[in-house]
Design a protein around this ligand. Structure first.
Ligand code: PEP
Ligand code: MG
Length: 312
């Protein structure tokens, strides 16, 4: 009988010059944590809590939530775990939070907007997260989805702090939030760019609709410019700016994102290996130069080509 090969220790994400770029996992269930750790996840950059409650008829209790969050946090002792509060609506409807009568659910009462309309659900979730945090040793960060103005960022950050959660941030996945990143980041602890929705809203192309899939390209320079705004604002205010959309899983685009100012990258765990290898090939100066080459173009294909050419 052959012995299973011992897993090689996975090195942390870093550039060729030693700049650390922590590589984190996107997860939707605490049961997936062990596999993510095996694949070298240095923590969790996006835990999608709504996936736990997709079939629930009623809002989950504090106790039921606390058990799930404790399980997640216990899998990452000493590591950063970013938990997103319920992102209901559009592609992720929840029976207890989503109004099914909207004609354009992606533009509707979704994400933080629907949580504010049902504020007790948000308060219960923050209470459950604070209890799980107190019972475990992970470095818990919480964040709100679908923020589109400064007041929402301030509201969520204050509410999370009031509940005893130390680090509270917002997703930047609506162009308005990206353009106002300077002001938003002054009122919150960190930003996390959700490229899936940022592409959808920048390109006005439904992320679920195959007929417009050619518009859904995160290499589009309009999207890259918005990301550059957020990265620059993060650097100005000393606030971390992560990426948690699917774009971070494209190794070449990951280099561009770092060059635009991303300080961490989060992705589905299977993509970690290739992204880690690609980052190691470039210095931060290289990444910035490659990003500028992509930014200077006017369509997605040209941006990709420009990045490739800048590498060689
Ligand atoms: C995103 O929008 O890029 C994101 C990470 O969140 P979700 O895909 O869950 O909307
Ligand atoms: Mg999103």
């Amino acid at each position: 009988r052959r012995k299973a090969a011992a897993a090689a220790p996975v090195t942390p994400g870093e550039l060729a010059d030693g700049t650390a770029i922590p590589l984190l996992a996107n997860l939707g269930n605490p049961d997936a944590a062990a596999e993510a750790v095996d694949l070298g996840a240095e923590g969790v950059g996006l835990f999608r809590t709504e996936f736990l409650f997709l079939s629930a008829d009623e809002a989950p209790t504090v106790d039921a939530q606390r058990a799930s969050y404790e399980k997640l946090l216990a899998a990452f002792p000493g590591k950063k775990v970013v938990v997103r509060v319920l992102d209901a609506g559009a592609d992720k409807p929840l029976k207890f939070l989503t109004d099914g009568d909207e004609q354009n659910p992606a533009l509707g009462l979704r994400g933080l907007r629907s949580l504010r309309a049902h504020e007790q659900i948000l308060r219960d979730q923050l209470t459950a997260l604070a209890q799980a945090d107190a019972a475990t040793d992970a470095d818990l960060w919480v964040m709100a989805p679908m923020v589109s103005n400064v007041e929402e960022a301030q509201y969520f950050t204050e509410l999370a702090h009031e509940h005893g959660l130390k680090t509270a941030g917002v997703m930047v996945e609506v162009p308005a939030a990206a353009l106002l990143a300077d002001a938003i980041l002054q009122h919150t602890d960190f930003g996390s760019i959700g490229t899936n929705d940022l592409v959808q809203y920048t390109m006005a192309a439904d992320r679920l609709l195959g007929t417009v899939s050619s518009f859904q390209d995160p290499w589009h320079p309009a999207v890259l410019r918005l990301i550059a705004e957020v990265g620059a604002a993060g650097a100005r205010h000393g606030k971390p700016v992560g990426i948690c959309g699917q774009a971070a899983a494209d190794p070449l685009l990951a280099v561009v994102l770092v060059g635009l100012g991303a300080t961490t990258l989060s992705m589905s765990p299977r993509s970690l290996v290739d992204v880690r290898a690609e980052l190691k090939r470039h210095t931060l100066d290289d990444a910035r130069r490659i990003a500028q080459a992509a930014l200077a173009t006017t369509d997605a294909g040209a941006a990709r080509e420009a990045a490739r050419a800048a590498i060689s």
